[in-house]
Structures are given as structure tokens and as C-alpha cells.
Ligand binder design. Structure first.
Ligand SMILES: Cc1cc2nc3c(=O)[nH]c(=O)nc-3n(C[C@H](O)[C@H](O)[C@H](O)COP(=O)(O)OP(=O)(O)OC[C@H]3O[C@@H](n4cnc5c(N)ncnc54)[C@H](O)[C@@H]3O)c2cc1C
Length: 420
């Protein structure tokens, strides 16, 4: 039975919110999680499933904006910005521009690396302790290239990441095909990312939610948050479709929807929802043993148990959940360029999800300076699954006034607040 006054109320049942609920419940705290639809109903369901410390790179980087502008009107490009006069998008792009340089990149890499490494250790521990069947594989991944220019850029990125202790192996054509026989003969080389793992994301999040329930968490579906009642610097009441809650503390972990929810509290968390698509189909023969990033196309193929998932595109078109089949077909086309695939490959199940993307590519994790009993945990962009368990642990520590297992500087939720 849900108490209307739990100690902790988590808003959002994606990997971030469920991880927070899990760590709180495991520590014996009273916690209720509310989601407007259900567990893993957002981008945590159908993402590419990578846990990728080797790829600790934020979205903004040198050259990203220039490339994005070149692709602006190409509906099949990996990065697409729907042209529109939206002041929030313009402000976000303006801020994003400031982080498209090497200094910002070098500041972000070690932070993302430490978060992902800590998270990978937690994945191992939780999956073993809670016996979660989620096709977890620590087989690493390959960034595969078809062109000399692409391979050169891949090698330059690998060398850059090596400066931060992220070791990868450069593979020539023979070595890449020996390692991964499912690669298309047109692939001329690649980068092996040995440290990385992958899994079926919704199976992990459902399994974690079950484990959280076993430890005492209450998880409510169809419980959309509709508003807040505050007094001074505190949330007194959270109104949902399943009644009102009067928690002592609240964590906002509603992914791309966190921005409009925070606005109800007069808090500005600048983010753009970046839509991506996934196509899931039965694993064909030959089946890849690693995840494969299509180097020149910014898309990926991940083996997930008996399935194979292609995922990609980054589309800035607001909080809309429609599917653009031209962009989905561009991913299918790319897959045929990098993998040996049968002619009669099934069309598969098509899914879309919205990544929550801050302008600097770093998550927002911390106490809200405006509201004393609120913790914010969102903005994980392309690495939300990967950083899910560690973020959940950090949120649980913040809510319980414990020291955090990693430093949070650089993740401050108010770092873009002009009123500060
Ligand atoms: C195509 C694609 C591929 C990706 N691949 C990877 C990958 O390989 N590795 C990786 O680490 N990351 C990947 N990501 C990113 C990752 O999926 C996200 O960063 C992560 O899922 C975000 O989790 P979240 O819990 O913050 O948000 P979500 O999973 O979106 O969850 C937010 C939840 O909040 C709920 N909610 C919204 N509004 C309300 C409300 N008013 N009241 C109550 N609940 C509400 C929603 O229903 C939803 O369940 C990918 C994303 C996409 C789209």
C-alpha cells in the first residue's frame, strides 16, 4: 500500500529514478516512485544498451556544431535540428556552442569516465546480487570504419581518450575482421573498446524495479505528477493522478520531461530532448559478438540475447514522440554498410526515445539550491543507461545526507541559472 507521506518520493521510473529507488529501499528507507506511464516508459526502454566507459565523450565537441549546421536540412543525417523559431532551442544552441571546443571536452571526459567506471562496477554487483536476467555481456565494442578519413578521425579520438587512461586498440582490416566476422567486407579498420559492456536495457530496468519492490519500495504506474505545493523553500505536497503525496524529500528524475516539471517550481534546467530511434529484430547469422558503432554514420548495432538492435540519430525536434520513417530507414541502410545481413532481414520493431541533453553534455545531479528538500538527477544525454546505477546511488546518498561516493562539482543543477 502506498503511503501518502513516504520519506522519499522519486519522480520518474527510468533507469535513473528506479536506480535511486533501489538504493534507498536497499538501505531500508521509505520510498515511493511515481511515473506518468510506467517503469522504463521513456528513453530507458529501447536505447542501444551500451555501458561505455571507453566512450566517455559528451555530445558537444570541437566541430560538432559546424557538422550539425551542414546536416541541418538533411532529414537522413545522424544529427538533425528541426528548423523553428523556438526561443528555448535558440538559447540552448547558443549555450551549446560555448562547449564545442577542446577545453570543455577535456573537462568533461574524466568526469564521464569516472561516472561510467563506477557505474559498470555497480551493474556487475547488482546484476549478480539481484539475479537480473538482462543479457549482460562484458565483450567490448568496435567502432568500425569504411573510409580512410573516418578511420583517421577514429584513431585521433582514441589517442585523445588514451591521455585520460581510456585504453583502446586500433585494428587494421585483417584484425577487425578476425575479431568480428559479422562485419561487412567494406569495413577497413576500427577501434576496439575493450572496457565496455552491453545489455538489454528494459530487462535491466524492470529487474531493478522488481528488486527495489522486494526491498520495500512502492512503485506506482499511471501516476503523472501534475503540480507541486510549496511553502518557502520546501515542497509540501506533490499532486499526481493517483493522489497527493507529502514526502519529506523529493527527487526529480523525469528525463526529458524534467525541464517542464522543474519550471512548475520556478527552476530552470536547460535541456533539449534529442530523439533517437531503435529497430529490434531477431539476431541474424552471422551474429555480431560485440556492439558495433557505424563510425561514419553515428549509429550502432548491439546484440541483446536473441535479438539485434540498431539505434541512432539525434533529432532536436522538441518533446514530440512521433516516428520519422525516413530517419529510421537511414539507420537500416547504414546497418547494411557495416554488417553482413541477410537480404530478407525482418523490418523489426521500431521505437523512439528522447534523450535529455544539457548544453554542456554533463548531467545535472545535486540538491536544488532553490528548494531545500529537492534533489535533481537528469540530463544524462547519450549515457543515461551507462550512468544509471551510479546516479541512483548518488541520489540516495544526497537524499539521506550521506557523503557522495563521487564528487558532484560540474554537475550542479543551477549551473546555467542566470538569477544566481
Ligand atoms: C536511440 C537511443 C539510444 C541510446 N543508447 C544509449 C546507450 O547505448 N547507452 C546509454 O547509456 N544511454 C543511451 N541512451 C540514452 C539513455 O536512454 C537515456 O539517457 C536514459 O534512458 C535517461 O534515463 P532517465 O531515467 O533520465 O529518463 P527516462 O528513461 O526517459 O525516464 C523518464 C521517466 O519520467 C516519466 N515522467 C515524465 N513526466 C512525468 C510526470 N509528469 N510525472 C511522472 N513521471 C513522469 C516518464 O514516463 C519516464 O518513464 C540512448 C537513448 C536513445 C534515444
Amino acid at each position: 500500500m502506498a503511503s501518502s507521506s513516504p520519506d522519499h518520493l522519486i519522480i520518474g521510473g527510468g533507469v535513473i529514478g528506479v536506480s535511486a529507488a533501489y538504493f534507498l529501499a536497499r538501505a531500508g528507507a521509505s520510498v515511493t516512485l511515481v511515473d506518468k506511464r510506467g517503469v522504463a516508459a521513456g528513453s530507458s526502454w529501447g536505447n542501444a544498451g551500451l555501458i561505455a566507459p571507453n566512450h566517455s565523450v559528451p555530445i558537444p565537441g570541437p566541430g560538432v556544431l559546424t557538422q550539425g549546421l551542414k546536416w541541418l536540412f538533411d532529414v537522413e543525417s545522424p544529427l538533425y535540428i528541426k528548423p523553428r523559431l523556438d526561443p528555448e532551442l535558440i538559447r540552448w544552441l547558443w549555450r551549446f556552442r560555448r562547449f564545442c571546443n577542446e577545453t570543455a571536452l577535456d573537462r568533461a571526459i574524466p568526469r564521464l569516465r569516472d561516472m561510467q567506471r563506477a557505474s559498470l562496477a555497480l551493474f556487475r554487483q547488482i546484476i549478480a546480487e539481484e539475479a537480473i536476467a538482462c543479457d549482460f555481456e562484458e565483450a567490448g565494442g568496435i567502432v568500425a570504419f569504411r573510409t580512410e578519413k573516418g578511420l583517421e578521425a577514429g584513431i585521433a579520438e582514441a589517442e585523445h581518450l588514451a591521455r585520460f587512461g581510456l585504453k583502446t586498440t586500433i585494428l587494421d582490416a585483417d584484425a577487425v575482421h578476425d575479431l568480428e566476422p559479422a562485419l561487412h567486407p567494406g569495413v577497413i579498420g576500427g577501434v576496439f573498446q575493450e572496457e565496455d559492456a552491453f545489455l538489454t536495457p528494459h530487462k535491466f530496468v524492470f529487474g531493478l524495479a522488481e528488486a527495489a519492490r522486494r526491498h520495500g519500495a512502492v512503485i506506482l504506474d499511471d501516476a503523472e505528477v501534475l503540480g507541486f505545493e510549496t511553502a518557502g523553500r520546501r515542497i509540501l505536497r506533490v499532486r499526481t493522478r493517483r493522489g497527493d503525496f507529502q514526502p519529506k524529500r523529493v527527487a526529480l528524475a523525469a528525463g526529458a520531461w524534467s525541464t517542464p516539471l522543474a519550471r512548475m517550481l520556478d527552476i530552470d534546467i536547460p535541456m533539449q530532448p534529442a530523439k533517437g530511434y531503435a529497430i529490434t529484430l531477431p539476431l541474424p547469422e552471422p551474429s555480431p559478438r560485440h556492439y558495433i558503432i557505424f563510425g561514419e554514420r553515428n549509429a550502432v548495432a548491439t546484440p541483446m540475447g536473441g535479438d539485434l538492435r540498431f539505434a541512432g540519430t539525434l533529432e532536436l525536434s522538441g518533446l514530440h514522440e512521433g516516428i520519422n520513417l525516413r530517419r529510421v530507414n537511414a539507420i537500416r541502410k547504414a546497418a547494411r554498410e557495416y554488417l553482413i545481413l541477410p537480404d530478407d532481414l525482418p523490418k523489426g520493431h521500431v521505437w523512439q526515445g528522447l534523450r535529455p541533453v544539457p548544453p554542456d553534455g554533463l548531467p545535472y545531479i545535486g540538491r536544488s539550491p532553490q528548494i531545500g528538500n529537492l534533489v535533481i538527477a537528469t540530463g544524462h544525454a547519450m549515457l543515461g543507461l551507462s550512468m544509471g546505477p551510479i546516479t541512483g546511488q548518488l541520489v540516495a546518498q544526497l537524499l539521506q545526507d550521506q557523503p557522495t561516493s563521487l564528487p558532484l562539482d560540474g554537475f550542479e543543477p543551477d549551473r546555467f541559472d542566470l538569477k544566481k
